[in-house]
Design a binder for this molecule. Structure first.
Ligand code: NAP
Length: 448
């Protein structure tokens, strides 16, 4: 495989996937994207902590061989010409199967250009590209673009957004028993509102659709409506639910809950539930029972070694994760429900600063911090690296390197419980000591 600018490290080997089974050599090459804004600060610490945990867990038997790839600012610096997601990067992730990334700048809209150093969105004079950023003076300005995070997910078909949410001792929380929540959300990443088709109110397109609905389909709809269409397919649903059940089997978890709003939208949300059950019965008959079967055949007593498949209506699950969180382990959701639910769960255990994430497809997995680039803190060695670090933990577990992953989790928990934390947690914890990003990383290594 030839790359334009990427240098493949000579000492590493490729992770491969055959028939859905991952094969990890002892010296896997793992591509990383540092990310924009605070990305380099949190990446440096994440890499150091992961390397230390792997060394302590396996001595010199295993070692990750990191390989830098580029997106966002570093791509602009290395490739130029507004090429902020180079073909090299996509090729490398496809080839090496497992990768990790920091946050990337995403323009919100309304301007023609964006500075990738400070994220300031701006227009040039007379429609021309600004030579320097009007805020920070940098020359790394590029044309407005759509989210690189979304592009990566779509171009690599990473259809499952995986968000484990659990509490670490000592982290400030708004609920009484944050320890009861230990959930992994599998959110569908390619359809529902992500593939939504919209027509603006009063546009010729909206008018056409409304006429079609009223005159041809015989539906009732106000003529001054905006229109949104959200597709949910059998294919999209089944492959997502399959990933969720596979995960529950691998990690020995007791249940998978299909989350939907099927009482209102029968042919999308309700169908998500039906297709989910259908897949579970078709492909995992020996491993699962449904909640209906639990009562009809087992008198409510859960047989050992089976996974319970249940479903909950979306509004109800928000209550459930607050009132009875310990009854849920894996949630499988369509795109929009999962979006709300992952953040609501994260809020219970300390917020997004500590929430890891991954986007996973049939063969490829891309692990990432869930927060943004927080540009005002760039280069200050100040912010909390835990989200990216815990994404690294998720990656180690995905690779089957559980010992190293658990070692990091335990050391992180100890570091927070000792009240040695970065500014974001320090301001919420009485008597805590404020550490820089790098100092926090060193403390975690010491606590391993
Ligand atoms: P943000 O970067 O997530 O930052 C918002 C606030 O969250 C920060 O000001 C800070 O709060 C806190 N925060 C974020 N990361 C933190 C960390 N590691 N440690 C401690 N506190 C942290 O959101 P934003 O300012 O709305 O977005 C900035 C840029 O990032 C935008 O271009 C956005 O589109 C992009 N973004 C990218 C991703 C991604 O790559 N996955 C995700 C979201 C947003 P305080 O100010 O209170 O200290």
């Amino acid at each position: 495989m030839k790359f334009e600018k990427i240098r493949i490290p000579p000492k590493g080997a490729k992770i491969t996937v055959r028939n859905g089974v991952i094969n990890v050599p002892d010296n896997p090459i793992i591509p990383f994207i540092e990310g924009d804004g605070i990305g380099p600060d949190i990446w440096k610490v994440t890499r150091k902590v992961i390397d230390a945990a792997v060394k302590k867990s396996y001595d010199s038997l295993k070692k990750i061989v990191w390989m830098q790839i580029h997106a966002g600012l570093s791509a602009l610096q290395n490739y130029g010409n507004d090429d902020i997601l180079p073909e090299d990067t996509l090729k490398a992730i496809r080839e090496f199967k497992v990768a990790i990334k920091g946050p990337l700048t995403t323009p919100v809209g309304g301007f023609d250009y964006v500075c990738l150093v400070c994220a300031k969105e701006q227009n040039g004079k007379d429609g021309k590209r600004p030579e320097k950023c009007i805020k920070c003076g940098s020359e790394f300005i590029t044309k407005r673009f759509r989210s690189l995070n979304v592009s990566l997910r779509q171009l690599l078909d990473l259809y499952a957004c995986v968000r484990p949410v659990r509490w670490y001792k000592g982290v400030p929380s708004p609920v009484k028993r944050p320890d009861k929540l230990d959930i992994v959300v599998f959110r569908e990443n390619t359809e529902d509102v992500y593939a939504g088709i919209e027509f603006q109110q009063d546009s010729p397109e909206a008018e056409k659709v409304i006429n079609f609905l009223i005159n041809i389909m015989g539906k009732n709809i106000r003529e001054d409506s905006g229109i949104g269409i959200k597709p949910i397919s059998v294919t999209g649903t089944k492959r997502l639910v399959r990933k969720a059940i596979d995960y529950a089997i691998q990690q020995n978890l007791p249940n998978v809950t299909l989350v939907h709003k099927g009482n209102i939208m029968k042919f999308t949300e309700g169908a998500f539930r039906d297709w989910g059950y259908e897949l579970a019965k078709e492909e995992y008959r020996k491993e699962i029972i449904t909640e209906q079967e639990l009562w009809e055949k087992y008198d409510g007593r859960m047989p050992v070694d089976k996974i319970l498949i249940k479903d909950r209506i979306a509004d109800q699950i928000f209550q459930q994760v607050l009132l009875r969180p310990d009854e849920y382990s894996v949630l499988a959701t369509p795109n929009l429900n999962g979006d709300y639910l992952s953040d609501a769960c994260a809020a219970q255990v300390g917020g997004l600063g500590l929430a890891p994430g991954a986007n996973i497809g049939d063969e490829i997995a891309l692990f990432e911090a869930t927060h943004g680039t927080a540009p005002k803190y760039t280069g200050m060695d100040k912010v909390n690296p835990s989200s990216l670090l815990l994404s690294g933990v998720l990656m180690l577990k995905y690779m089957g390197w559980n010992e190293a992953g658990i070692m990091i989790e335990n050391a992180l928990e100890k570091t927070i419980a000792n009240k040695t934390v970065t500014y974001d947690l320090e301001r919420q914890m009485e008597g805590a000591k404020k550490l820089k990003t790098s100092e926090f990383g060193d403390k975690i290594i010491k606590n391993m």
